[in-house]
Design a protein around this ligand. Structure first.
Ligand SMILES: Cc1cc2nc3c(=O)[nH]c(=O)nc-3n(C[C@H](O)[C@H](O)[C@H](O)COP(=O)(O)OP(=O)(O)OC[C@H]3O[C@@H](n4cnc5c(N)ncnc54)[C@H](O)[C@@H]3O)c2cc1C
Length: 446
């Protein structure tokens, strides 16, 4: 069979501040010849990099090749907000055993991913600004948000998880802001500089894995027991291929009308002056996840050039994988409003970077995992928590493709198949109306 890749455009609009504030990368290593490998991993996001690292651990003498259509760090992984989370976002309100067990299982599996990331961070010598397992803080800006955090806290305790309540004064000591009425701290998550993390993973892997960037796979053909993957200027022949391309799986012709592309948007300020940092107060580095999932994620990071603040909100459902610059521009007003509401003391601070990025969900929230064809495996559709779930899917895909079995692989393989989306235009109209309504309801959490 021959698979022709319909689109390999990044589809991620705007320039990600996370990538832009790092030192420019060395020129891309582009594939310009025909090569042979034991393993081909397609995609240099969380899933692909984890798959390649796991393969290198399992098969130290095998030839492992990883390709990405763009620069590693410029894709969705490097555009994310950098919360690598252990706990499910929406712990089930149902307390029947099945739901509790599912939450416990998901948490346990997310921690496998976090441990793997931590091991890589140690092995590759990441700084604390690139990877730091310092936990995360949910901020409540409204009474409704506070009620949500209280319910979440109660569920966490039932699951046997640690979590600590934070008062408004404690929130102010962290953020310097009067904005948050209370907060909830959970200790297990890691905070990453997302572009630094994926670039660092690629650099760490490089001695054991050939990495090609700006090298899209344009077609895949199986011949005898090999897959031949074509790129604009070369080709790779390998018996086993792992597709870690998230929503682009549909560009490879799989799961048509079963993948949902949700775009998220973020803005990053220019570096603050010392006077502005002093006026803002709070710790040098802090991170807030909103208690309402539709609210604003806010981070403050310290960099050699000065502190910067990042605001992430606004969701769009697009039927295609390609985002638009226009929508990045449209998200600016919402970001600026959220920023001004939280930082009234920073009246003249502009946003230096604005960007959007894509995540992939399925209608019934299941991942796309396992063999698509003989020798061709998927580690796609992470749904929420794509940093930890992407890493997990990559690890498990590498193990599964290597013939290993374990309870986590069994759990992934036992998931239902992604259900079909309602036809267009109903999907887009319905999803857009839902997202706008939820944003409206988020109120000051936005
Ligand atoms: C603004 C924003 C904030 C977010 N914040 C968070 C957060 O805080 N925490 C969290 O957990 N998640 C977050 N996410 C979601 C997270 O980024 C994604 O879920 C995650 O990146 C998915 O990882 P992945 O490896 O599966 O896919 P991706 O990161 O999308 O990687 C797939 C790679 O495949 C490559 N590719 C595609 N087609 C081809 C081809 N034909 N040939 C070669 N390469 C190809 C792409 O270029 C891409 O680099 C956020 C997303 C956005 C946009």
């Amino acid at each position: 069979m021959t698979i022709t890749v319909k689109s390999y455009a990044s589809g991620n609009p705007g320039i990600s501040g996370w990538d832009a504030i790092l030192a420019p990368p060395a020129p891309a290593n582009v594939l310009t010849s025909a090569i042979v490998a034991d393993w081909l991993v397609v995609g240099g996001g969380f899933a692909g990099l984890a798959a390649a690292r796991r393969l290198a651990q399992l098969h130290p003498t095998d030839r492992i090749v990883l390709v990405d259509a763009i620069r590693i760090g410029a894709g969705a992984a490097g555009r994310s907000s950098g919360f690598m989370i252990d706990l499910p976002h929406d712990i089930s309100a149902d307390e029947y055993t099945g739901a509790m067990d599912a939450d416990k299982q998901q948490t346990k599996m997310n921690r496998v991913a976090l441990d793997f990331a931590e091991d890589a961070a140690n092995a590759y010598g990441f700084s604390k600004s690139t990877y730091d397992r310092r936990g995360k803080l949910y901020g409540a800006a409204t009474a409704k948000g506070e009620t949500h955090n209280q319910a979440y806290l109660a569920h966490l305790h039932k699951l046997g998880e640690d979590a600590e309540w934070r008062t408004a004064a404690e929130m102010k000591a962290v953020t310097g802001l009067d904005y948050y009425q209370s907060g909830l701290f959970t200790p297990g998550s890691a905070m990453i500089q997302p572009a630094g993390f994926v670039r660092g993973m690629a650099a760490g892997l490089a001695p054991k894995c050939q990495i090609y960037e700006n090298t899209p796979i344009t077609s895949l053909k199986n011949s005898n027991s090999d897959w031949v993957a074509s790129t604009p200027r070369g080709k790779i022949t390998a018996p086993k291929v792992i597709l870690a391309v998230n929503g682009h799986l549909q560009s490879f012709g799989f799961l048509r009308r079963r993948l949902m592309h949700i775009f998220l948007y973020a803005s990053m300020t220019r570096p603050l002056t010392q006077a502005e940092s002093d006026a803002a107060g709070g710790l040098k580095d802090w991170d807030i996840v909103p208690s309402d999932p539709m609210g604003s994620t806010v981070r403050k990071i310290s960099t050699p050039a000065g502190d910067r603040i990042i605001v992430r909100n606004k969701f769009d459902y697009l039927a295609d994988v390609i985002g638009s610059e226009k929508r990045v521009a449209q998200s600016a007003a919402m970001h600026d409003k959220s920023f001004a509401a939280r930082f009234p003391m920073l009246t003249n601070v502009d946003m230096e970077y604005r960007w959007g990025g894509r995540l992939c969900l399925t209608f019934n929230g299941v991942p796309v995992f396992g063999a698509l064809e003989t020798g061709l495996y998927a580690a796609c559709a992470q749904n929420g928590l794509g940093a930890s779930k992407g890493i997990l899917a990559g690890i498990l895909a590498a193990e599964h493709a290597s013939g290993q079995t374990n309870p986590y692989i069994d759990y992934y393989l036992a998931q239902a198949k992604p259900t079909r989306l309602p036809p267009e235009p109903f999907s887009t109209i319905g999803a857009t109306a839902y997202l706008r309504w939820k944003e409206y309801q988020a109120g000051a959490e936005l």
